[in-house]
Design a protein around this ligand. Sequence first.
Ligand SMILES: Nc1ncnc2c1ncn2[C@@H]1O[C@H](COP(=O)(O)OP(=O)(O)OP(=O)(O)O)[C@@H](O)[C@H]1O
Ligand SMILES: [Mg+2]
Length: 253
Amino acid sequence: MIPGNGLFVTATDTGVGKTVVTAGLVRSLRKKGFRIGVMKPMQSGHLRTDPEGDGMRLKNWTESQTPIDRIVPYSWSLPVAPGLAAYLAGESVDIDWLLQEIHMMVQINDGLLIEGAGGWLVPIGNGWTIADFAAAIGWPTLVVARPGLGTVNHTALTVAAIRQRGLSVTGVVINGSKPEDPSPDLPYNAQLIEEVADVPVLGTIPWLGDTWSPKELEETILSHLNLTPILHLWNRKEEIAHDHLGTSDPTSS
Ligand SMILES: Nc1ncnc2c1ncn2[C@@H]1O[C@H](COP(=O)(O)OP(=O)(O)OP(=O)(O)O)[C@@H](O)[C@H]1O
Ligand SMILES: [Mg+2]
């Protein structure tokens, strides 16, 4: 396990909202006094300097001063799983080197958020998957899930697969709920995920529309997610007390 305060962000599928949630969490945790770093170790679909790619989005949305090649050590232009993108480019991922980069990044921060790629069993080359990579890092995980029908099953399967690798799941974030969506399961899915997967749901982030600002994302995360399990993980008791006062126990001041 890499020493330091880290969190590995995965999801039930690609396109569920890892980048948006990770960027929002970096900003929100910073607001609570942490110096937070962010990485997307393997990015496919966009080269690292492409502003539409996850790395540049994470860098811009979090206003990070870290050079992009530290945030995104590997990138490929093909929009396929990292293992296949690397293979088709005639390359392979050097896991030991990646682990060293992560080690360096976590050392210089109070906390480091790592965005995976796609879902939990996405191939990254040489028979490895994101699960193997996350297990080599050894950090607790956060699962980003869809709001709608199918999410209880997908989330519970992902949580079970993570625990099978001996890693903990700090919580689930449901991302992209649309208040106008009439689907009758929506108000129940968070509770059903907690029951079926036995995991805390930190909250539900609404769909912010086509245009939103990083500040708006930060405010949405701070008002819709319970960050206490993450703060607890990183053992900042002072901040946890503050978070409790701010969100769940207005009578105890
Ligand atoms: N809550 C939201 N409100 C508005 N737009 C969102 C929200 N969540 C995600 N999006 C948009 O949906 C798309 C997919 O989200 P995102 O890129 O975060 O998914 P991802 O899980 O990181 O995907 P990948 O597997 O490619 O890394 C992006 O265009 C993103 O800006
Ligand atoms: Mg992403």
